[in-house]
Design a protein around this ligand. Structure first.
Ligand SMILES: [Zn+2]
Ligand SMILES: [Zn+2]
Length: 156
């Protein structure tokens, strides 16, 4: 999708927890992956790799970062991502496929099984703003993250 902006969980979690303690103008990295950032005035953060400025926002009290000036939220929001990363692999296989609504942003998320080389892999799809996108969990990564699957996503 054109113009889609993805913020990695490592950076988003780091900034939401620790960003407010940096002085304005201070350069820093997210500790898990050393992605470079700079703190700007008024709780804004520049990603030094992409030059995109992110601002802190919240929905029902749940904090997240959004690109400055953007009106369309990302397809995969921090709330959905956190829920799927923490709980997606706990869902028993007999309950799949499963669809649920994110309690924070009310996006529909689905979890299903796909057979890849004889093994079942969990696919996670989020549906928001008439778009859907499918992800696989990279659980061996530190910290784990959802990686987009680039085939066309099934429409629920
Ligand atoms: Zn990062
Ligand atoms: Zn959500």
């Amino acid at each position: 999708m054109i113009g889609r902006t993805i913020l990695l969980n490592c950076c988003e979690n780091w900034i939401l927890q620790w960003g407010k303690f940096y002085e304005d103008g201070k350069e820093f990295v997210c500790l898990p992956n050393s992605h470079p950032w700079r703190k700007e005035k008024r709780n804004r953060y520049t990603n030094l790799a992409s030059s995109i400025v992110w601002t802190v926002d919240s929905l029902k009290g749940y904090p997240f970062l959004k690109p400055e000036g953007s009106t369309t939220p990302p397809v995969l929001k921090r709330c959905c991502s956190e829920i799927l990363i923490k709980h997606g692999s706990e869902i028993p296989e007999r309950c799949l496929p499963l669809q649920f609504e994110c309690p924070v942003c009310e996006a529909f998320c689905s979890v299903e099984l796909e057979k890849v080389h004889g093994l079942f892999v969990r696919l996670y799809t989020t549906h928001a703003n008439n778009n859907s996108e499918t992800f696989r969990l990279r659980e061996e990564a530190t910290p784990p993250f959802l990686e987009p699957v680039f085939e066309p996503a099934p429409v629920a």
